[in-house]
Design a protein around this ligand. Structure first.
Ligand code: UT7
Length: 328
């Protein structure tokens, strides 16, 4: 096999909401947000801009970067917690918008860990007897559709974005797969510390659920922080052990961009602060798009060399976590 990341793409909405703007909306300050999270600004989708719109723009950029056309795709996976609709899947809407014919597609939901879960799924689909040759993997989120703009403990954290990847099996064993090692985990016992309580089958939408703001995301911040550091650190260590690599072999470390302090704590524990890629200051937490945006920025700025090892790690609602060692 020779399953590689052939192309990358990203899209971030034009509108920027900075900390000064938030100071006018809730009782917060630029100083608090920067000190506690490292976030300075985030991008906000337009009211009529959907997750599939953003995913489509990222996908077209990735296809161009890969040098292939949409009709050459064999499968599409979209990772999102903010689908356009409960159904049809957002992946089907992207398939239509990019003109990918009738290739199979579905959405995968593992919150902020979703992109790494989707990479694992795609790799399994490509390396199994199913042998799909070209798979489009997208992480796309309109997180601001879940944000309560009167809740200062969450509204300062999130932004909207999409990132897309064309994975291709060129059939050449000399190429080396992009997938070196992975570690996925989840613990449903912690499902209530980060959730959207209303709008699903547990609490179908009613006037009451809307009045009670149950359709907005709720988070136990400090507990989530603690679990994020613990699970991402352990997952990174597991991946290094599985692959027989050490932190010295790593060119870049890309942690999920939720909070600068979480990133620093994980980097400190695994011993690679100087190798960490950061953009949380510019985008905030874009959930399953976050690691993808980092990878695309690194790729397009010429900072990735063939064969570079990239250690990624993520954490999100579920609770879910993931780490993956990627060969460029
Ligand atoms: O994407 C995956 C999941 N998400 C995460 O990984 C996020 C994890 N959690 C965090 O990043 C942090 O817990 C937060 C950034 C959400 C909060 O930071 P913290 O240092 O854990 O603060 P806290 O929740 O313990 O709150 C400290 C104080 C409280 O005031 P009192 O009770 O000490 O008077 C809050 O009410 O800060 C207050 N506070 C704020 N003050 C100004 C909370 N939000 C704000 C705000 N501006 N935006």
């Amino acid at each position: 096999m020779g399953i590689r990341i052939k192309g990358t793409g990203r899209y971030v909405p034009e509108k920027i909401l900075n900390n000064a703007d938030l100071e006018k909306m809730v009782d917060t300050s630029d100083e608090w947000i920067v000190t506690r999270t490292g976030i300075k600004e985030r991008h906000i989708a337009a009211d009529n801009e959907t997750t599939s719109d953003m995913a489509t723009k990222a996908a077209l950029a990735a296809l161009e970067n890969a040098g292939i056309t949409a009709d050459q795709l064999d499968f599409i996976i979209v990772s999102t917690v903010t689908p356009d609709h409960a159904f049809p899947c957002t992946a089907a809407l992207v398939q239509k918008k990019i003109g990918a014919g009738q290739c199979p597609c579905f959405d995968q939901e593992a919150a902020c860990s979703g992109l790494l879960y989707a990479f694992n799924t795609a790799y399994a689909l490509m390396s199994s007897p199913l042998a799909y040759k070209r798979v489009l993997v997208i992480g796309a989120e309109k997180m601001t559709s879940l944000v309560d703009w009167s809740d200062r403990s969450t509204c300062v954290l999130f932004g909207d974005a999409a990132a897309a990847f064309v994975l291709e099996n060129d059939g050449d064993p000399e190429t080396g797969d992009f997938y070196v090692a992975g570690e996925l985990g989840a613990d449903g016992n912690w499902s209530d510390i980060l959730q959207v309580p209303g709008g699903g089958s547990a609490n179908p939408p009613t006037h009451q659920t809307v009045d009670d703001k149950l359709h907005f995301l709720k988070m136990g911040g400090p507990k989530t922080f603690h679990m994020a550091v613990l699970s991402m650190t352990n997952a990174c260590r597991a991946v290094l052990e599985k692959s027989g690599k050490t932190i010295d072999d790593i060119a870049w470390a890309i942690p999920h961009q939720a909070n600068r302090r979480i990133i620093d704590a994980v980097a400190e524990r695994i011993g690679c602060p100087e190798k960490v890629y950061l953009n949380v200051d510019r985008y905030g937490n874009t959930s399953s798009a976050s690691i993808g945006i980092c990878l695309d920025e690194l790729n397009r700025s010429g900072n990735l060399k063939r064969g570079d090892l990239i250690l990624t790690a993520s954490f999100g609602a579920g609770l879910t976590w993931a780490s993956m060692l990627i060969r460029w």
